[in-house]
Ligand binder design. Structure first.
Ligand code: UDX
Length: 477
C-alpha cells in the first residue's frame, strides 16, 4: 500500500464517519471533526452513533492509531494534506441546498491554512459550489498556491455504506489541477490498485485485486453534476416503476414480472426497479429538489423531476388508502407497523415514508404497535410512545391482536418472519405489504388476506392454515 496521507474529515454524520473509518482502513491517518461535542465524546469513548454494518469493527480497529476525533477544526485541518468537507447540505425552503455549513467550514479553513491542502467536497452540493469555496478562501486572503478545491462525491447507501465505500462501483475525482488530482489519486490508490483486496482481514465485498474500482477523473463541475444526476436518475427509476405498479394493479398484472422483464434489458438493468411506498431518506428527496432548483437557476426546464416528486408523494397516499380500504376505517383498529426507518438495514428515519404513513394512521384514530429492528428509539423522539402508539420489542409482539400488519420497510428480518406464528397472534390475518416482501400465493395459502404494491390482492385459500377465510374489511365479531 502507498504511504498514508494525512486527512481531516469535517462532519461525522453518515458520510463523514464512514469515509473517515474507511480512509483509516486503507492506511491513512484521519482526524474526524465535528462541532457536536457530545458526539465527539461518544466516538472517543468507543461509541458509534449510527447503525452501519462493519462501522463499529473498523472504528475499533483504528481508533487507537489511525483515526482521532475532535471538535477543534483549526487543529485538525492544520496538519492535513486533504480536507474532506462532509457536513450537511439540508434542503432550504425553496428546495435549494442550504450551503451555510459548507460556507462556515470554508471560512474556518481559510483562517487557519498555512501549508498546501486539497479541500475536497464530499457532501452532495450544487454545481459551482467548488468555485464558491475557492472564492471564500481567496476573499480571506489565502494565496492560490496554498490550496486546490476538488470534488469527490460519495455514492454510499446507508446500511451498506462501508462495503459501498471500499468496494465502490466507481470513484469519481473532480479536480482542476494535477497537484490536487495527485493527492486524491494517492488517497484512493490502495483501492484502485487492488492492494486492499489482497489483505486478509479486509472488509469483504464484490471487488477483488484483479477487479478494482475504476477511477473517473473529471472537472470539479462534472463531478458535482454526476452526484446530483445519479441520485435524481435513481429516484426517477423508482417513481417510474411505482407508476407502472399502479398500472399493473389496475390491469391485474404483477409488477414484479414486469420489473424482471424490463430489468433483463442490459440498457435498463434490474436495480432500483422495486415498487413500493416511495423513496425517502436523507438523499433522494433533498437531492431531487436541489437538482431541480439548479436547473431552474440555469433556465433549464427539468419538469420531469417535478413529476418524480409528485409521483413519490402520491405513492404514499395510495398505499395509505389501500390500508384503509382493507380495514374500512382506522378508528379503533389496531395496526402492527413493521418498519419505521426509511428502508431496512438502517436506523435513519429522515424523510421516512414509513413514519409518514404511521402518522397518517394515528391521525385517523388507529392504535399502532410498531416495530423496527434499529429505528424505534429515533422514531420515538418524533412520535412518542403513548396511548395510541406502542413500540414493541419484536414483530410478533407488534402483531398481537392486530387487525392488520402493515409492512413499511424491507428489513431482512421481516422477509424471514414465521408466518404461522404471525397469523396465530393476529386478530385478523390481513397483511398490507408496502415492500412486496412475500409471495402472494404463499401468503394466501398461509391463510392471509394479502395486499401488496402492483400485484393483485390475494385472499386466503379455502382450507388454508387455520381455515381463516374472511373478506377484506370484514370484522369477526
Ligand atoms: C441513496 C443512493 O443510493 C446513494 O448512492 C447516495 O449516496 C445516497 O442516497 P440511500 O439514501 O442510503 O442511498 O438509500 P437507497 O438504498 O438508495 O434507497 C433510497 C430510497 O429508495 C429508500 O427509501 C428505498 O426504500 C427506496 N427504494 C430503493 C425503492 O423504493 N425502490 C428501489 O428499487 C430502491
Amino acid at each position: 500500500m502507498s504511504q498514508g496521507v494525512s486527512i481531516a474529515v469535517v462532519g461525522s454524520g453518515y458520510v463523514g464517519l464512514v469515509a473517515a473509518a474507511c480512509f483509516a482502513e486503507i492506511g491513512h491517518h484521519v482526524v474526524c471533526v465535528d462541532n457536536d461535542e457530545a458526539k465527539v465524546q461518544v466516538l472517543r469513548e468507543g461509541g458509534v452513533p449510527i447503525h452501519e454494518e462493519y462501522l463499529p469493527e473498523l472504528l475499533n480497529r483504528h481508533r487507537a492509531n489511525r483515526v482521532e476525533f475532535t471538535s477543534d477544526l483549526k487543529a485538525a485541518t492544520r496538519g492535513a494534506q486533504a480536507i474532506f468537507i462532509a457536513v450537511g447540505t439540508p434542503q432550504s425552503e425553496t428546495g435549494s441546498a442550504d450551503l451555510s455549513y459548507v460556507d462556515a467550514v470554508a471560512s474556518e479553513i481559510a483562517r487557519s491554512i498555512d501549508s498546501y491542502k486539497v479541500i475536497v467536497e464530499k457532501s452532495t452540493v450544487p454545481v459551482y459550489t467548488n468555485e464558491w469555496i475557492r472564492r471564500v478562501l481567496e476573499r480571506n486572503g489565502v494565496p492560490q498556491d496554498l490550496f486546490d478545491v476538488a470534488s469527490n462525491p460519495e455514492f454510499l447507501r446507508e446500511g451498506t455504506a462501508v462495503v459501498d465505500f471500499l468496494h465502490a462501483d466507481r470513484i469519481v475525482l473532480g479536480a482542476e489541477t494535477e497537484r490536487g488530482a495527485a493527492v486524491l489519486r494517492a488517497i484512493y490508490e490502495p483501492l484502485t490498485s487492488g492492494a486492499y483486496y489482497c489483505s486478509e482481514d479486509g472488509v469483504p465485498g464484490p471487488r477483488a485485486a484483479d477487479d478494482p474500482p475504476p477511477v473517473l477523473l473529471t472537472t470539479t463541475k462534472a463531478a458535482e453534476i454526476i452526484k446530483h444526476a445519479s441520485n435524481a436518475f435513481l429516484a426517477t427509476k423508482i417513481s417510474f416503476i411505482n407508476v407502472v405498479a399502479n398500472i399493473c394493479e389496475a390491469a391485474g398484472a404483477d409488477v414484479e414480472d414486469v420489473a424482471r422483464g424490463m430489468g433483463l434489458d442490459a440498457r435498463i438493468g434490474p436495480k432500483f426497479l422495486r415498487a413500493g411506498i416511495g423513496y425517502g431518506g436523507s438523499c433522494f428527496p433533498k437531492d431531487v429538489a436541489a437538482f431541480r432548483h439548479v436547473a431552474e437557476q440555469m433556465n433549464v426546464d427539468f419538469g420531469l423531476l417535478e413529476e418524480v416528486e409528485k409521483i413519490n408523494a402520491e405513492q404514499k397516499r395510495r398505499f395509505f388508502q389501500k390500508v384503509r380500504s382493507a380495514l374500512w376505517t382506522f378508528r379503533g383498529k389496531q395496526i402492527a407497523a413493521l418498519g419505521l426507518a426509511f428502508k431496512g438495514g438502517t436506523d435513519d428515519i429522515r424523510e421516512s415514508p414509513a413514519l409518514e404513513i404511521v402518522e397518517l394512521m394515528l391521525r385517523e384514530g388507529a392504535l399502532v404497535r410498531a416495530y423496527d429492528p434499529a429505528a424505534a428509539s429515533r422514531a420515538s423522539e418524533i412520535i412518542p410512545a403513548g396511548r395510541q402508539m406502542v413500540y414493541a420489542d419484536d414483530p410478533y409482539e407488534a402483531a398481537r391482536d392486530a387487525d392488520a400488519v402493515v409492512i413499511l420497510n424491507d428489513w431482512q428480518e421481516f422477509a424471514e418472519l414465521d408466518l404461522g406464528r404471525l397469523r396465530s397472534t393476529m386478530r385478523y390475518p390481513i397483511v398490507v405489504d408496502g415492500r412486496n416482501l412475500f409471495d402472494p400465493a404463499a401468503m394466501a395459502a398461509q391463510g392471509f388476506t394479502y395486499l401488496s404494491v402492483g400485484r393483485p390482492a390475494r385472499h386466503p385459500v379455502a382450507g388454508a392454515a387455520n381455515g381463516a377465510d374472511h373478506a377484506v374489511g370484514q370484522r369477526r365479531s
